[in-house]
Ligand binder design. Structure first.
Ligand SMILES: *[C@@H]1O[C@H](CO)[C@@H](O)[C@H](O)[C@H]1NC(C)=O
Length: 148
């Protein structure tokens, strides 16, 4: 008679412990999810193609015998809204004679004009200024102009 009572009591306490432990963890995990702020960790990192600066460009008047050096000017650095990449237009203004713009001392292209010559440089995925000219793209670190 005493043994049977003991078994009944053991089962009833074990059943109580199970329902208690099944309820409390689910309540805890719900509150943990709702209080975790995700927005603080998602910071926007600008792409490398937005990191180019004008200090990466040497803008000088070209030194060619018999030619007048013209120092190129850089426009504002613009950001393409869809790509997030930077670009800048380099311009030389002459006096109506033949104007020549040289990229990397002429190693990566020359364009000519009369009063004004300008070229758009794009900041690439390595954070370097690039010029696409005649189907060829080259990293540009120096631009010079001469008026002939
Ligand atoms: C921005 O970049 C896209 C993709 O290269 C190009 O199609 C678009 O013309 C650019 N927009 C401007 C304003 O340069």
């Amino acid at each position: 008679m005493i043994i049977i009572l003991f078994v009944i009591r053991f089962r009833s306490t074990s059943a109580c412990a199970q329902t208690a432990s099944a309820n409390s963890p689910s309540a805890n995990s719900l509150s943990a999810i709702t209080t975790t702020t995700v927005s603080s960790t998602t910071t926007t990192t600008s792409p490398a193609c937005a990191s180019c600066t004008l200090s990466q460009l040497t803008l000088t008047g070209g030194t060619v015998a018999g030619a007048t050096p013209v120092i190129p000017t850089a426009g504002s650095i613009l950001t393409n809204a869809s790509t997030g990449c930077s670009s800048v237009v380099i311009t030389c203004t002459g006096t109506g004679n033949t104007l020549q713009m040289e990229f990397n001392a002429g190693n990566n292209g020359v364009i000519t004009g009369t009063t004004t010559v300008s070229a758009p440089l794009m900041c690439d995925s390595n954070g370097q200024w690039e010029l696409s000219l005649g189907g060829t793209t080259a990293v540009i670190t120096a631009v010079d102009c001469i008026s002939v």
